[in-house]
Design a protein around this ligand. Structure first.
Ligand code: S3P
Length: 170
């Protein structure tokens, strides 16, 4: 099968994957979907509730099912992902992987400067304890970089510049 023409945005929670996907839709002919939104929709439950009632392994099994479905059925689309989706084995069969890179402090600043910071923190079970979140961040940063076809630094950059960077790289 030919390499698919999807753009997959990976990166840590709160780095701006959804915001950047929406800006890419405005700037191009692409449309976008989000893996967490797809999972919430098929389960008819918020991610937080899935974690609480079914546990993280069940959520990861849904991510896997979603990844297999994306590979088989989706093309020419921007795909924003949950922060742990980059571990899907078939990610490179889905499309071009773009890692949105920022320091942990940069991510926290971004969340806190948002008008709905409380909502952003509340809906993410793995951000409820910042010490633990930092440990997860440190465990993951090397792997994000390894999985990525392209790494884009998003810290202290305007959305316009980030979009230019991405479009100049793909
Ligand atoms: C997760 C990130 C979340 C969501 C779930 C697990 C993770 O998505 O998929 O809470 O493991 O990093 P965001 O990156 O959109 O917060």
């Amino acid at each position: 099968m030919d390499k698919k023409n999807n753009i997959i945005l990976i990166g840590f929670m709160g780095v701006g994957k959804g915001t950047i996907a929406r800006a890419l839709v405005k700037a191009t002919d692409y449309f976008a979907i989000d893996t967490d939104d797809l999972i919430e929709s098929v389960e008819n439950k918020k991610i937080k509730k899935i974690f609480k009632e079914e546990g993280e392994p069940y959520f990861r099994s849904l991510e896997k099912k979603c990844a297999l479905w994306l590979e088989k059925n989706v093309d020419n689309t921007i795909i924003s992902t949950g922060g742990g989706f980059f571990r899907q084995e078939n990610i490179h069969s889905i499309g071009k992987v773009i890692y949105l890179e920022s320091s942990f402090e940069g991510i926290l600043n971004r969340i806190h400067s948002s008008p709905n910071a409380k909502v952003k923190l509340k809906k993410r079970p793995l951000l409820s304890n910042l010490e633990e979140a930092k440990t997860i961040y440190e465990q993951r940063i090397e792997d994000y970089e390894k999985v990525a076809d392209i790494t884009v630094d998003v810290e202290n950059k305007s959305l316009d510049d980030i979009i230019k960077d991405i479009l100049g790289n793909i």
